[in-house]
Each structure stands twice: as C-alpha cells, then as structure tokens.
Design a protein around this ligand. Structure first.
Ligand SMILES: Nc1ncnc2c1ncn2[C@@H]1O[C@H](COP(=O)(O)OP(=O)(O)OP(=O)(O)O)[C@@H](O)[C@H]1O
Ligand SMILES: [Mg+2]
Length: 239
C-alpha cells in the first residue's frame, strides 16, 4: 500500500514585484524574467507504507515544500498529491503550539489539532511528558521554552498519537545528543512496527542511519532516488 503518492507535482510562486520607492532604492530595477518561480517542478514520487525515506539537498531545493505538499498544507499548482492513512506532520517548529499556554496545555491543544480527543490525550499525557524530559517545565508557558525544548515536546506528541506516517523536517537538528539518540530509537521502533517515515535533514549520517531510501532534490527537481548509502555518497562527492 502507498502512504504518499505525488504525481507530477509542481509548486510555483509569482515573483514578487517592487511596490514602493524604498524597495526600488534598495533593490534597483526589477529583473526581467519568468513571472513564476518553481519551488517544485514535475515531481513524481511514491512512498510505500512501511518505508523510511530521507530527503536531502541544498538550501532552497524544495525539501520543505515537498513535505508541506505531502501533508496537505500546500496545494500544488499542478499535479495530484494523495496521502493515505493517518499522516502526522512535524514541520516548522512551533506550529500548532500556543506560546501563552503551558507545555501540558499545549499537549492537549496540539492533540486536538491532530484530531485526538481529550481522553486520548489524557491517557498519553504521562508518556509524552516523560519522553520529552520536560517534567520540571511542563507547567510553564511555552514562550519560556528554548527551541530544543519545543522540539522535544513536538516530537514526543507527534510520535505518541498513533500516526501511520510521520513527516519530519529538520526537527532532530535542534535537540541535544541525548534527546537525538532517544528520537532515533523511537524512529527505529516506528519503522519496525511497519509505519512510515519521511525525514528531511542536512545531517547525512542521520539519514543513512534511519532511512533505507533517499531522495536527492535540487532546484525543485529529483536528482536521484535510491538506497541511502549510494545516493548520499554521490551527493557528498559532488559538493
Ligand atoms: N511562500 C513562498 N513564496 C515564495 N517562494 C517560496 C515560498 N515558499 C518557498 N519558496 C521558495 O521555494 C524554494 C524552496 O523552498 P524550501 O523551503 O522548500 O527549500 P528547502 O529545500 O526546504 O531549503 P532548506 O534546506 O533551506 O530548508 C526556495 O527558493 C524558497 O524561496
Ligand atoms: Mg526546509
């Protein structure tokens, strides 16, 4: 069974025009050229249920855009995106969180956004708090958390809510070594249980460890797609 199926996906944005004298002074005259910029161009990609897929590529390659399309957050300009089963995205840090609410309240809030009932979330509250390692801070408002602390909470929630597929966009990068090791262990368990992971990362070692397959993106297109070790060694030698 497929978890995610992308057929001929393009995402394009209109190039921004100069709208004020200040912009004109700062930027000079607008470059003439195509009115659109393609973040993704004609991408076809199938992720089967139970696969662990890494997405690599330089800044601006379209990796985050690809995950947003897979999560249904961005509507493609062309093509069809199909996601099956329960897909939990863990994308920009802090989305789905409220800074004035406490960590504990955010677990309920985030769970509700993911379609979980209060009772379901209450049943998992202790596990989520324990995994996050934030017991001491859990009743403080989220605005007082560090970036890594928010990531811990987000990862703990996303992996506790009984997802079939999780989409991770550079979430582990902000965690410390100890938390990263626990996340890796949880991701391995996840995959062992037959669930699906799509992981965007600049840490190629992490991708080799966690993902069997890797997709290399550049300038909105797929450069290569295959076994992680092979794709990553090609990626590293061309840099
Ligand atoms: N809302 C938007 N409007 C205009 N351009 C956008 C928008 N979102 C993304 N882009 C452009 O699309 C391209 C791909 O962006 P994306 O965030 O997917 O890259 P990425 O591969 O995740 O990069 P990074 O490694 O830096 O996270 C970039 O050039 C970016 O400027
Ligand atoms: Mg990105």
């Amino acid at each position: 069974m497929d978890s995610i199926e992308l057929q001929g996906i393009s995402v394009r944005y209109r190039r921004e025009k100069i709208r004020s004298l200040k912009e004109l002074v700062v930027r000079g005259l607008a470059r003439r050229g195509a009115p659109y910029f393609y973040s993704l161009r004609d991408i076809s990609l199938t992720v089967r249920s139970g696969e662990s897929v890494g997405i690599i590529g330089p800044n601006g390659a379209g990796k985050s855009t690809l995950l947003r399309v897979a999560a249904g957050i961005v509507t493609p300009s062309e093509g069809v995106a199909i996601g099956r089963g329960n897909i939990v995205p863990l994308l920009e840090l802090g989305t789905g969180f409220e800074s004035e609410l406490s960590g504990r309240e955010n677990i309920q809030f985030n769970g509700a956004l993911l379609g979980r009932s209060r009772a379901q979330m209450r049943a998992q509250l202790d596990d989520i708090i324990a995994f996050s390692g934030l017991e001491q801070f859990i009743d403080a408002p989220l605005r007082t958390y560090s970036t890594g602390m928010v990531a811990r909470l987000a990862f703990a929630i996303a992996t506790a809510v009984d997802a079939e597929t999780i989409l991770l966009d550079e979430i582990l990068a902000v965690g410390d070594a100890a938390f990263r090791a626990r996340c890796e262990e949880r991701i391995r368990t996840f995959v062992r249980e037959g669930r699906t992971i799509v992981l965007v990362s600049h840490e190629t070692e992490e991708v080799v460890k966690l993902c069997k397959r890797t997709v290399w993106l550049a300038k909105g297109e797929i450069v290569a797609d295959g076994p992680s070790e092979e794709i990553i060694s090609r990626y590293e030698t061309q840099r």
